[in-house]
Design a binder for this molecule. Structure first.
Ligand SMILES: O=C(O)c1cc(=O)[nH]c(=O)n1[C@@H]1O[C@H](COP(=O)(O)O)[C@@H](O)[C@H]1O
Length: 249
């Protein structure tokens, strides 16, 4: 179960850092395959993180071979560690189709959590919650939040809270670290929801927002700034410390 695995890893490794395996084949110089690259990243970071997030786009772009590397990467993390795996797929579709996605990710791939897009409402989210944990996009880190999200995020937060009552410990929200002006307000209304915070590192988000979130279940994703660093282990250690100073102290 995602929350149990996350809390155990967070406490053991004193870390709320999740490394994002956005292992773009164009940037994995010196490695023969994405799997080999991921093996190296996991070996260097497993004792510094509370989980891994895998963005499916970087695997899908390689076709069936990429999907195989995705399966093998998940197997590797499960065999070598007790760390939870978040599959970043940002899905959202009618219930019947959502069920097929949930079967693919939870039953076949065996991940612990999935990111979902709430635009189509609760019947597109519930199939995921019946099988595992889901992080619902609330206020994302990208520039265009004014187009849609800013108009609807209070509704999405309400929906996430409602779902959390029915599926305790299985519902989370995604809030970009670049959204600092909204964090305090969302935190007050977020109850027991878990948080996935991307946007620190390459996107320049502010780690100080973590001060508002002490005591909550929080994971902070850093992808490019760690996996493509010259010294992966040292960089991961620095991010772990930076986040821990804000969140634990
Ligand atoms: O759901 C996500 O993980 C996500 C939400 C969001 O608001 N912003 C965001 O960057 N992400 C993802 O988080 C990762 C960020 O990667 P870096 O910018 O390289 O650290 C990518 O996999 C994004 O797709």
């Amino acid at each position: 179960m995602f929350i149990k695995k996350y809390r155990k890893a967070r406490d053991k490794n004193a870390s709320i850092l999740v490394v994002g395996l956005d292992s773009d084949v164009e940037r994995i110089k010196g490695f023969d395959s994405v799997l080999e690259f991921n093996e190296h990243i996991v070996k260097e970071t497993a004792d510094l993180v509370c989980g891994y997030k895998i963005n499916i786009a970087f695997y899908e772009k390689l076709g069936w071979k990429g999907y195989k590397e995705l399966e093998e990467t998940i197997e590797l993390i499960k065999n070598e560690t007790d760390l939870p795996i978040i599959l970043d797929a940002k899905r959202g579709d009618i219930g019947n189709t959502a069920r097929a996605y949930a079967e693919a990710y939870f039953d076949r791939l065996g991940v612990d959590s999935v990111t979902v897009n709430p635009y189509m409402g609760r019947d597109s989210i519930i199939p995921f919650l019946e099988k595992g944990h889901a992080f619902i996009l609330l206020l994302t880190s990208n520039k265009s939040i004014g187009d849609v999200e800013l108009h609807v995020y209070p509704k999405v937060l309400e929906l996430a809270r409602e779902l959390e009552k029915r599926y305790p410990s299985k519902v989370g929200i995604v809030v970009g670290a670049t959204r600092e002006e909204y964090v305090s307000e969302i935190s007050k209304r977020s109850g027991d929801l878990s948080w996935l915070i991307p946007g620190i590192g390459a996107q320049g988000g502010n780690p100080e927002i973590l001060r508002e979130l002490k005591g909550k279940d929080v994971v902070v994703n850093v992808s490019r700034a760690i996996i493509f660093a010259d010294n992966v282990r040292k960089t991961a250690e620095e991010f772990r410390e930076l986040l821990a100073r804000q969140y634990f102290d």
